[in-house]
Structures are given as structure tokens and as C-alpha cells.
Design a protein around this ligand. Structure first.
Ligand code: CP
Length: 310
């Protein structure tokens, strides 16, 4: 297979294992290119991409923009805070105005779950979901799995625990779909109050004890506590959260094996992980960021190839 089964990347839920393999193979090619002295290829010289960010971002926004520029696409950037959305313009009107400028692809982050799916049904452009509320963050999950593959050789058969605020996390949901699709075993760990009720129906086990979860796993993906999505208190205090679910060097070194530490960022240093863990040799946090550019180049390139055929 040399093309994706989908015209949009709206979530890992909508793609296949073969799609993931194709994205990883393509990313390998781009990873080699971005490590050359000349990092740019002319592949998307005739493609225009709009990055629409209705919610804050550092890594994803910069990573998409860099990926698009490395592929020689024309790029326009939009941030809701500085736009006519503040004057009451609807999502469809905003996007249709941008599309009138002959845009081929839209990369969108939006606070509402399903915003990308809605857009894909209402406009003629390829849509890439860069995070929609607490729903999905597909390129994050792809770069996470790709980083595991690069560190451990394979994702299939590996034991991965996702720790922390599962309830509010699009990263957790996309990672669960991606890891299960590739044959990894997945557990989630965190306070009971931060576990969605449906979580076990996704084929993952819940482990409330962090030490037990870490003793079981090959990889621990430590999630940020998303205070901005919490309208009530889900745990008594940050201090108590750190005591039960924070990962420090003492706990890491006391395990009977060496595990890989991941974090999607942004990190609350000293909450979900301490600085010495984040900056240790077991952490692949910056490899995740580096791999994100190659993964996003692969996704954009493969989707744009389908647009060109239409
Ligand atoms: N991992 C991630 O989505 O980070 P940003 O919110 O900074 O894009």
C-alpha cells in the first residue's frame, strides 16, 4: 500500500495499522532528510496550508509549521486570539474565508471535541486534527509510538502505562488507539476521579498504584494535570497528587529495571515528573519533539499526495 486509507487525519480511531506503518516508513525518510545540511525538499511547492489554532500551543504549532516549510508548502498562520472570532465569527465562516484564498489543507486545533470531523464534512480541504478538546491528538500519538519504536525497536508487545489526568486527555485517548492497533499492552494509572468511566471498554487495564504500574511497564508516558479543563477539584491538593502520582528519581532508581520515560509536554516540572527525571538518560521527551517534525512531514506529504490525485 502506498497511500493512506483516509483523506483527512481526524483521529487514530479512523486509521488502520497499515496507515501507521506507511506514516512511520515515510517519517524515516524525512527524518534522514532533516538531519542533512540542506533540510528542505520541494515536494509541496504547489500546496497551501493554513494552520488554524483556536487554542494555545507551542510544540504542535511550531512543529507543523516547520514540517510544512521543510516540504516547501506555502503556509498561513491563524490564532483565534488575534482574529475576528473575537467579534463573533463562526468556525465555518472563518474557515470558508480562509479557503477562498485557495488553501488546500487545514491543520486545526480547537477546544471542541469533533471540531475537525465537523469541518471535514462542511469544507473542501484536507483536515488534520492538531488536538480537539479532550477527544484526539493523532499526530502526538503517532510521534509517541514512533519514538517508542526508535528507542525499543518495536511497539508491538511492549507494555506502556499512561499516567495522570486520563479524563481530560486527548493524548491518552489517541495513544490508547495507536498503541492497541500496533499490538502493545496498555495500562492507565492515576486517581480514580481522573479515569473516564468507559476506559476499560477500550481494552486497557486501570492500575491505581504508580509503583505497581511502573514495575509492570517498559514505557511510562507521564501526562500533564490539565488544570485549565477542570471546573471542580479532582484530588485534594497538588501536594497529595505529587505524593501518589509524581515520578521522582528515587522512585525511578528503585525499580528493578530501566524503563523509558515520555511526556507530551508542556511539563509541570515537580508535579507529574521532577526535573532530574525529565532530563535523565531514560527520558525521550526531546526525541519525541524531534520526531514530531518527521511524523508531521509524513502526514502532510501523504495527505497532499491524495489531494494532487483528485
Ligand atoms: N504536546 C502538545 O500538544 O503540546 P502543545 O500544547 O504545546 O502543542
Amino acid at each position: 500500500m502506498s497511500e493512506l486509507s483516509v483523506d483527512h487525519l481526524l483521529g487514530i480511531k479512523y486509521i488502520t495499522k497499515e496507515d501507521i506503518n506507511l506514516i512511520f516508513e515515510t517519517a524515516d525518510h524525512f527524518k534522514e532528510i532533516i538531519n542533512r545540511p540542506i533540510k528542505k525538499v520541494p515536494s509541496l511547492r504547489d500546496v497551501t496550508i493554513a494552520n488554524l489554532f483556536f487554542e494555545n500551543s507551542t510544540r504542535t504549532k511550531l512543529s507543523f509549521e516547520l514540517a510544512e516549510k521543510r516540504l516547501s508548502a506555502d503556509v498561513i498562520n491563524f490564532s483565534a486570539g488575534a482574529s475576528s472570532v473575537k467579534k463573533g465569527e463562526t468556525l465555518i465562516d472563518t474557515v470558508n474565508n480562509i479557503l477562498s484564498m485557495k488553501v488546500d489543507m487545514v491543520v486545526m486545533r480547537h477546544p471542541n471535541p469533533g471540531a475537525g470531523v465537523f469541518l471535514s464534512k462542511n469544507i473542501k480541504a484536507s483536515i488534520v486534527n492538531a488536538g480537539d478538546g479532550a477527544h484526539e491528538h493523532p499526530t502526538q500519538a503517532l510521534l509517541d509510538s514512533y519514538s517508542i519504536q526508535k528507542r525499543l525497536g518495536d511497539v508491538g508487545g511492549k507494555k506502556v502505562v499512561i499516567v495522570g489526568d486520563i479524563l481530560h486527555s486527548r493524548v491518552a485517548l489517541s495513544n490508547i488507539f495507536a498503541l492497541k492497533l500496533q499490538g502493545a499492552e496498555v495500562k492507565v494509572c492515576g486517581p480514580k476521579t481522573l479515569m473516564p468511566k468507559y476506559i476499560e471498554s477500550l481494552g486497557v487495564e486501570v492500575e491505581l498504584n504508580l509503583r505497581k504500574a511502573l514495575e509492570w511497564c517498559d514505557v511510562a508516558n507521564m501526562l500533564r494535570v490539565q488544570n485549565e479543563r477542570m471546573d471542580i477539584s479532582y484530588f485534594p491538593s497538588t501536594r497529595e497528587y505529587i505524593q501518589q502520582y509524581g515520578l521522582d528519581k528515587e522512585l525511578l532508581d528503585s525499580l528493578n529495571k530501566e524503563i523509558v520515560i515520555m511526556h507530551p509536554g508542556p511539563i509541570n516540572r515537580g508535579v507529574e515528573i521532577t526535573s532530574d527525571v525529565a532530563d535523565s538518560g531514560q527520558s525521550i521527551i526531546l526525541n519525541q519533539v524531534e520526531n514530531g517534525v518527521a511524523i508531521r512531514m509524513a502526514v502532510i506529504y501523504l495527505l497532499a499526495s491524495k489531494i494532487k490525485k483528485q
